[in-house]
Design a binder for this molecule. Sequence first.
Ligand SMILES: Nc1ncnc2c1ncn2[C@@H]1O[C@H](COP(=O)(O)OP(=O)(O)OP(=O)(O)O)[C@@H](O)[C@H]1O
Length: 636
Amino acid sequence: IQTDKGADPPDKKDMKPSTATNPENGLSGILRLVLQELNLFYSRDVTGVCLLYDLLHSPWLQALLKVYDCLQEFKEKKLTPATTHAQTLSNEVVGILRGTPKSPETRELKQILQAPHFKALLRAHDTVAQKDFEPLLPPLPDNIPDSEEAMRIVCLVKNQQPLGATIKRHEMTGEILVARVIHGGLAERSGLLYAGDKLVEVNGVSVEGLDPEQVIHILAMSRGTIMFKVVPVSAPPVNSQKMVYVRAMTEYWPQEDPAIPCMDAGLSFQKGDILQIVDQNDALWWQARKISDLGTCAGLIPSNHLMKRKQREFWWSQPYQPHTHLKSTISISMEEEDDMKIDEKCVEADEETFESEELSEDKEEFVGNDRKFFIAGFRRSMRLCRRKAHLRQQRAGFCSASCCVSASGAPYEEVVRYQRRPSDKHRLIVLVGPSGVGVNELRRQLIEHNPSHFQSAVPHTTRSKKSFEVDGREYHYVSKETFESLMYSHRMLEYGEYKGRLYGTSVDAAQAVLDEGKICVLDLEPQGIQIARTHDLKPYVIFIKPSNMSYMKQSRKNAKIITDYFVDMKFKDEDLQAMEDLAQKMETQFGQFFDHVIVNDNLQDARAQLLSAVQKAQEEPQWVPAAWVSSDAEPQ
Ligand SMILES: Nc1ncnc2c1ncn2[C@@H]1O[C@H](COP(=O)(O)OP(=O)(O)OP(=O)(O)O)[C@@H](O)[C@H]1O
């Protein structure tokens, strides 16, 4: 029997018991059984078995598992030291060794016991064993007056990290108080300093009459151990609040906030960051950590209430608030009618009429090799209608980053981990991106990849049905009244008008796909995301982003876009530039809603990334608004 490396055949004798104490149980015991099983297959030519055998048999893995088992065992035990005087014992052994005949073993043992590191280890062991943790305090003087307040002396060893506490002066008494203790910081970990403690001395210097800045200066100049003398707060605050997770719907930079009590203690965050709120005791300043950085100490962020106030102040301080950002649909407003007319002329001046464009597209919508199927939601009129919305946004300058903080929008959204159960409906997949970036191309490819699994929603229109069309296949053909009632009851994810007809995608159309057990894949204007964000649809939003200009020029050489003027037009440099600008604006304004971002440079890579993101959205736990998770879905 030969492995690749020419290893000897396995021998059951080699397999020693895995743990000294309990060889049959534990991971290494299981490994031993697996090895026995594999041994039976080893002589047969089973692909990969030899490799697996060698892996499981490797001494490093065995050693690792033994360590694991030992740790598991000790985790359950309450360890008690065998002796509290290991140092004395060690010294005695060294004395005895001196009187014994010399041998290599005794020499080695003597060397080990006398090595400084080993001695330090035994000293640490004895300190722990004797529970000798308290610092030695000088005896209290006998003549303390009765009125003397109880003091606590706190020694903290300052290393690279900040102390993790802030101080303030009491408005009435002028005393210096500990204002807050930052979670996870040095002060909090010591368990000796609390918010409300009165500072009396720092390193022997009285703080009476000093400004907080002067005290901070003393602290900043101190090195090594810092000694605080404090009068403890009568009732230390207890943090009984439960840990809350939120998604930041806005960004925050402490460096730019003159109101923050301590800039160094501030936590900066960006839109979409998930934050763990660890302390909400203060009505104005919360303490939080980013979930990407849970190991670090917490930082200060404005509370929900304070952030809303800041947003309102900022909002009203802006000289002019354009109304574009308030629109949640792609509807075309009256003032754009002139533009529309020009556009219509251009379309009509093109080789064919609008009607024949619709016809020419029919073939494209039937795809599949063996079995032909129809993909709804790719009709040119619908896409032209959206392109107009894009153009309108570009002309209106979209919405500048500064004006996008709504005066009323919640700055934080409570989120929970949600894992879709196999019996749950799928999450809606929403693709968002600037016009021409490839949203439709990717959506089409995803659906074609597995049409029985992925499906688009059938849009609604008020135009009349053509002879070759089927109601509910190309469109749901509805009256203007029906369409408008869907619009006004917020049942339209997006809608727009093109050539006097209304086009749009309804919530119910998306829901119908999900009800069939399929994954609904939509292409939405970012304004539509808000309407889609419901418990029923649980949308997972993927932002499709253009790559850099030079790569785009190269990769889009043969690509065609739909414009108002021409049906299939090659990309011009201005189109690519506009796409980049719009992508940036979309990210600034709607980035908080994006669950995933894909840069569409190489189409194949982008498609693979999309497929994997869609699978993860359905199969792996994700942060979703807490309001989406009710009794039908347990948080993970
Ligand atoms: N990664 C890519 N490499 C090369 N060509 C691409 C890539 N992605 C998309 N394209 C091409 O770019 C063109 C525009 O793509 P697509 O029609 O999907 O744009 P879109 O984002 O849906 O915009 P619109 O909503 O305005 O139609 C198409 O010809 C498409 O095949």
